[in-house]
Ligand binder design. Structure first.
Ligand code: OOG
Ligand code: NI
Length: 493
């Protein structure tokens, strides 16, 4: 088969995202309501924007209504290194690669994570589907017997279908899949993410795992890593949150991330609480060994239970920050958390503190750009193309330092004038990744109100990458590259 006959990974990803969404809508009907709610809000914002209000087209990838309604991220939690390794290979078929390392143990959650997502500008534009993927830190289960039991349960389960594994191999050996293979791959890969009412363990084991951590029970007790949420992207999270509350969804009290601003930064997220779902546990080992208890009706009732696994979430994406901008963000957020340590129980105080403390984060595009707090994509505008090109070329001839800076992909003050004259545009890059503090807030609110523990073990990116079978892409490097490429490209127009 020649490579021209291969289906593009972008198409496989778009198709997978669509079937996953359809499956999740069947499993969690409230998700369907959330999608309609967000679509309504987005349509309103786009209309207002067309009438001249709002700063919608500010981001380099702001999206049309159509592409926005396709955009979503999901999350899964895995139990073993081998599962994570195969998951990386599965996502590669769809053109999704691991970006960044998130250590959630600092927030008392016994996992570490990455996000699989497309990494070329073109693929992101085609379909930006992402999956936040966590790996359980079994080493953090203190009780040795329980840890060994969890390991044994996980070692026995098979989360991928044989056909999916075969197609992953075909993809690796041949470099792509035919359209029939791709169609089958999407169907088989989906099986891994399905919810199973039937648990792998008996009720006692489930309870024992829960004493270690609610997440441990969620990861170890089931046949596979059920998709636990799918998140649509909204253009106005405050409006969407209000609508969520109005329509009776049990939304989290606060929105995670930065406050509402004129120019959105990073990521703002909110979720509605996990649903209680019916679960059928395995027959308890001790019971099944006892004769005369094989009354089917009795067994089902005694093995019935419930589990909170799935939830709903929405997000609003803003601009990607440089390390300097991110440091300021982290510092301000830490100050907010110090002044308002109980966001969920005193949301009003938290909101006000957030707003006040974040007044120190500049909110005009020129300052964000000149102080190198955010990443931008530079282009000559189509206003007077001849004039801007000639002016740029003259400036480059006369100013060697300016030329040097562009050759190295660095922004320089010479650009300011061109931007002020509207001969050049600088659009902020959309933040395509996640935030560990926000993720911890999302995890916690959906696990019930358990007090966060602290773990003494240090973050362990090396062990994570070892399990993954590759290193993760550094997100700062990734944004930096797009910015420098856009600057270098100015030399070759
Ligand atoms: C993942 C939570 C993190 C986000 O959007 O930050 C997340 C999980 O609960 O498995 O999805
Ligand atoms: Ni999420």
């Amino acid at each position: 088969m020649s490579s021209q006959d291969f289906i593009s990974p972008d198409i496989i990803r778009a198709s997978f995202s669509q079937v996953m969404s359809a499956m999740y809508r069947d499993e969690v009907p409230l998700y369907g309501d959330l999608i309609s709610l967000v679509a309504t809000v987005n349509a309103q914002i786009i209309e207002q924007n067309q009438q001249g209000a709002g700063a919608l087209n500010q981001l380099a990838r702001s999206g049309s209504l159509e592409s926005l309604s396709e955009e979503r991220h999901g999350a899964i939690r895995l139990g073993t290194a081998e599962e994570l390794n195969t998951m990386r290979r599965l996502f590669a078929v769809m053109g999704m690669y691991p970006v960044d390392y998130y250590d959630l143990t600092v927030a008392g959650i016994p996992v570490h994570s990455t996000a699989f997502r497309p990494v070329s500008a073109q693929s992101l534009e085609a379909n930006p589907f992402r999956v936040f993927t966590s790996l359980l830190r079994l080493d953090l289960i203190e009780d040795e017997a329980l840890r060994e039991q969890a390991e044994a349960i996980l070692a026995r389960r098979k989360i991928f279908t044989d056909k999916a594994l075969e197609l992953i191999n075909t993809h690796e050996q041949r470099g792509g899949l035919s359209s029939e293979e791709a169609e089958l791959f999407v169907k088989e890969a989906l099986e891994t993410f399905r919810w199973h009412e039937q648990a792998l363990v008996d009720k006692d084991t489930y309870e024992a795992l829960r004493t270690s951590h609610a997440l441990t029970a969620d990861i170890v007790s089931f046949k596979g890593p059920h998709i636990n949420h799918l998140t649509p992207r909204t253009l106005d999270i405050d409006a969407a949150q209000t609508k969520m509350v109005e329509s009776g969804m049990a939304a989290k009290a606060i929105i995670e991330g930065p406050p509402a601003r004129k120019h959105a930064i990073l990521l703002r997220q909110t979720s509605f609480k996990a649903l209680e779902e019916a679960v059928v546990f395995q027959q308890n080992q001790a019971d099944s060994d006892t004769p005369d208890t094989n009354n089917a009706a009795d067994d089902t009732s005694s093995n019935a239970g419930s589990h909170t696994a799935r939830f709903g979430e929405i997000e609003q994406r803003g601009m990607a920050l440089t390390p300097k901008g991110r440091e300021l963000y982290d510092q301000l957020l830490a100050e907010v958390r110090k002044q308002a340590p109980k966001p969920e129980s005193d949301p009003e105080h938290y909101r006000q503190t957030l707003q006040t403390v974040f007044a120190d984060f500049p909110d005009d595009l020129e300052t964000l750009r000149r102080d190198e707090l955010a990443y931008f994509e530079y282009r000559l505008t189509s206003n007077m193309p001849q004039t801007s090109l000639e002016l740029l070329q003259t400036m480059l001839q006369q100013n060697a330092d300016f030329k040097d800076a562009l050759e190295q992909g660095k922004p320089s003050t010479e650009l300011d004038g061109l931007i002020a004259l509207d001969l050049m545009s600088a659009k902020p890059l959309t933040y395509e990744d996640f935030l560990p503090v926000s993720a911890a807030g999302i995890f916690q609110s959906n696990l019930g109100d358990e007090a966060a523990e602290t773990f003494s073990q240090a973050s362990n990116q090396e062990a994570f990458e070892q399990a993954l079978g590759s290193s993760v892409i550094n997100a700062f490097d990734w944004y930096q590259q797009i910015q420098s490429d856009s600057l270098k490209a100015l030399l070759t127009i």
